[in-house]
Ligand binder design. Structure first.
Ligand SMILES: Nc1ncnc2c1ncn2[C@@H]1O[C@H](COP(=O)(O)OP(=O)(O)O)[C@@H](O)[C@H]1O
Ligand SMILES: O=C(O)C1=C[C@@H](OP(=O)(O)O)[C@@H](O)[C@H](O)C1
Ligand SMILES: [Mg+2]
Length: 195
């Protein structure tokens, strides 16, 4: 006999896939929100390709994000990020996880807006902090008081992330559950725009 829970889950994926069509799904939000890890699961569930813009930037530059910031500075990194995002968004459907600053950059945000459905993974400071303080791969947080830096970035960036098409609250629940909430948000947005 088929499991009713599995049937519901299957239909969620199918409905989200149909709602997305040939558009890209672009995850935006601050460092630690779960864009890279949740985005990968969402893509698997939808059965479409996944790409992480930071990983792609590292591939084309053959440098790590930390090395890029150290060698060329943030401005050059943003210029490269804009170019890479423009290219990644040309064909859909894909799930594209961005680096936290991508949507803040006016030019990159225009490409994202044109390239598909943007979804903000919104999280509280303590949730983000617990996640990012375990690793030292984020050059912007190499400051004397990284938690304060993260809070400053929150204050500066949250009004801009609000411009995303959809928002999902990123909490300390299983990543699979976060991915399901992303799928539901995609379905709801389609239902609302059709109503
Ligand atoms: N829902 C979650 N619950 C627990 N840990 C999470 C969750 N989402 C992400 N993480 C962890 O937080 C860290 C940052 O996640 P990541 O996907 O790299 O975020 P981002 O790409 O937005 O900076 C990773 O170690 C990841 O495993
Ligand atoms: O917020 C930012 O400006 C950045 C976020 C990072 O990506 P994650 O958000 O995936 O950590 C990475 O692109 C770079 O360190 C800059
Ligand atoms: Mg990431």
């Amino acid at each position: 006999m088929s499991d009713p829970v599995l049937i519901v889950a299957e239909s969620l994926k199918d409905r989200a896939r149909a709602a997305l069509g040939s558009r890209n799904l672009i995850l935006v939000g601050l460092m630690g929100a779960g864009k890279s890890s949740v985005g990968r699961i969402v893509a698997q569930q939808l059965g479409i390709p996944f790409v992480d813009s930071d990983a792609e930037i590292e591939k084309v530059s053959r440098m790590s994000i930390t090395e890029l910031f150290a060698a060329y500075g943030e401005e050059e990194f943003r210029a490269l990020e804009t170019r890479v995002m423009k290219r990644l968004l040309k064909n859909g459907p894909r799930v594209v996880s961005t680096g936290g600053g991508a949507f803040i950059n006016d030019r990159t945000r225009k490409h994202i807006k044109k390239g598909g459905v943007s979804i903000w993974l919104k999280a509280e400071l303590d949730v983000l902090w617990e996640r990012v303080n375990k690793r030292d791969t984020r050059p912007l947080l190499k400051t004397e008081n990284p938690k304060q830096t993260l809070e400053n970035l929150m204050n500066a960036r949250y009004p801009i992330y609000e411009l995303a098409d959809l928002t999902v609250l990123s909490r300390d629940v299983r990543k699979e559950l976060m991915a399901e909430e992303v799928l539901k948000a995609v379905i709801d947005s389609r239902t609302e725009s059709a109503a």
